[in-house]
Design a protein. Sequence first.
Length: 96
Amino acid sequence: MDNDFFAPPPFKAEEALVQLRRALRDLRQLTERGDAWSFEGSEVLQLAAGEGQITARLAKKPMRSPDWETRVCRSAADVRKLQDDLKRRLAQWADE
């Protein structure tokens, strides 16, 4: 009996990164610069794909030399969680 029928499809980091970048471009508060994204002139997100995962460095607060938090996305659910967290932070930063 083969139980692979219910296994999720393998995570394609490069494809997921392309989709994530597209979603980030829709967020008007962010400015794209290569593999990095800025909020009001301060870098707040850095993205890299490799070895079946996306590595994201997310600033805790927008500042010149931010305190970085590293997130590793190994599935579509991880990528959605990163997007949701980033949207929440952008809303918080815009209010401050």
